[in-house]
Design a protein around this ligand. Structure first.
Ligand SMILES: Cc1cc2nc3c(=O)[nH]c(=O)nc-3n(C[C@H](O)[C@H](O)[C@H](O)COP(=O)(O)OP(=O)(O)OC[C@H]3O[C@@H](n4cnc5c(N)ncnc54)[C@H](O)[C@@H]3O)c2cc1C
Length: 421
């Protein structure tokens, strides 16, 4: 059976890999010149079931209002995009009701735990080089009230099998000596030992190489312009005006899936949520960080990737505007100064790689994947701030559903159909 996967990011590549494992003839169509050059290029590097919560937690409206118009805030909404995002924003707010929010945390936590299992059991044996490290992740806090709230939230994660340790400030520095300089400012931290980290772009390149060897065809610098239907089911994909025939198509084009499905009468509710990252060489640092750290105060994360440090965070609603806003990048340099003051003095800005990407975000904060009402058309997108974490599990589930195998998790929880209910 022929299958076209649109998009060679994390979600497209894992879908293609597992489809090939199930005997499909797979072609991946990607508009960029290589794999993992979209949002999967320089993300925060963390695969963390501990962060399963969607961004629309109860009370998000007031948090967002407090941040409105502030260039240094974690969340920024550009006024020009507000009218076009209102229907999505309305749904986003609806899903911040406690009952809905907690149901969505559960969906994400289940998928994240499953995805990490697939990583360890089925992907790790391939031996792909991607700076994988298993030192867990640590969240740090600056007030006792924040630490208490975090400990309560972590307790809820235990239900999903996520282990954690609450640490006082000296305990944080003992686990991560690179934080010793700021120990006096910390109330403590929560360490999640089972989270892992790695470089998503290296992973994409390595999985694409393994996929090519396994028989997947890759078409780069090839733009899917239209999904072609015949008698109401998928007949192929038009790529740069030329028809590529296939019985199945998996759209894994990030937030661009919305534009590809609209002409078919399918509304896939997605917003591109821009995030920024810095990648810094650790060469001259007095004490190189080893453990990925999330600073909840700044809503940002720092993650060692071999000899480099990735600093990532912030959310900006600005459509697909690719420009790097200096104030957003500056926020990330400030974070490094606040977390590793001694290391920050060694930063040579000309060596830093500054980057921005668009998280494909659904209004309930849960991925949108599996079959659609159009026979032969499948989705794997909308994993928002958790796409690296979810990639292995989501790829396998989408492939199993397409190949008619029993899925390990109920796909209904992640189906597009939930937005019509
Ligand atoms: C700053 C930042 C930090 C993050 N940190 C983390 C983290 O620590 N942990 C985590 O789990 N997640 C994180 N994420 C989220 C994660 O990176 C994304 O969810 C994930 O990369 C999305 O992958 P994707 O395959 O859906 O999209 P993409 O990687 O964008 O892939 C989609 C591909 O489709 C291609 N495409 C689009 N339209 C077409 C077309 N018409 N024809 C052909 N090709 C097309 C694009 O070129 C692109 O390559 C972060 C994101 C950002 C921005």
């Amino acid at each position: 059976m022929q299958c076209i996967v649109v998009g060679a990011g994390l979600l497209g590549l894992t879908s293609a890999w597992f489809l090939r494992q199930r005997g499909m003839e797979v072609t991946v169509v990607e508009q960029a010149p290589g794999p993992g050059l979209g949002t999967s290029f320089a993300n925060g590097g963390m695969l963390h079931a501990s962060q399963a919560g969607p961004w629309n937690e109860p009370g998000v409206l007031w948090q967002a209002l407090r941040m409105l118009g502030r260039e240094d805030s974690a969340l920024l909404i550009r006024p020009r995009v507000l009218p076009s995002m209102l229907p999505w924003a309305w749904q986003f707010l609806r899903h911040s009701k406690p009952v809905r929010y907690h149901a969505n945390v559960a969906r994400n936590a289940r998928l994240a735990a499953y995805s990490l299992r697939v990583l360890h059991e089925e992907i790790a044996p391939l031996g792909l080089p991607f700076e994988q490290a298993a030192r867990g992740t640590m969240k740090i806090y600056r007030t006792p009230a924040e630490l208490d709230a975090a400990a309560t939230a972590a307790q809820r994660c235990r239900e999903w099998g996520v282990r954690y340790d609450v640490l006082d400030a000296p305990g944080v520095a003992a686990l991560e000596p690179a934080l010793a300089d700021i120990v006096a400012q910390l109330s403590g931290g929560v360490h999640f030992p089972d989270d892992v980290s790695g470089d998503a772009h290296m992973f994409c390149r390595a999985l694409a190489d393994a996929g090519r060897e396994a028989g997947i065809r890759f078409e780069y610098e090839a733009r899917a312009t239209r999904v072609v239907l015949q008698h109401g089911r998928v007949h192929g994909v038009e790529v740069d005006g030329e028809m590529l025939p296939a019985e199945h198509c998996v759209l894994a084009a990030g937030a661009h899936c919305a534009a590809l499905t609209r002409p078919l009468g399918l509304r896939v509710p997605l917003q591109p949520v821009k995030g920024y990252s810095l990648t810094l060489p650790l060469r001259d640092w007095p004490l190189a960080p080893r453990t990925p750290v999330i600073d909840e105060h700044f809503h940002a994360a720092v993650c060692p990737l071999g000899a480099r440090l990735r600093v990532a965070g912030t959310a900006e609603f600005t459509g697909f505007d690719e420009r790097l806003t200096p104030s957003r990048i500056e926020n990330l340099y400030t974070l490094v100064k606040r977390v590793y003051p001694a290391g920050a003095e060694r930063i040579e800005r000309r060596e830093a790689v500054e980057w921005a990407g668009f998280r494909p975000m659904s209004p309930d904060g849960v991925g949108i994947m599996g079959p659609t009402p159009i026979p032969g058309l499948h989705l794997n997108t909308g994993h928002g701030h958790l796409g690296w974490t979810m990639a292995m599990g989501a790829g396998k589930l989408v492939a199993d559903a397409l190949a008619g195998r029993a899925a390990d998790l109920a796909l209904d929880d992640y189906a597009l159909a939930r937005f019509r209910a």
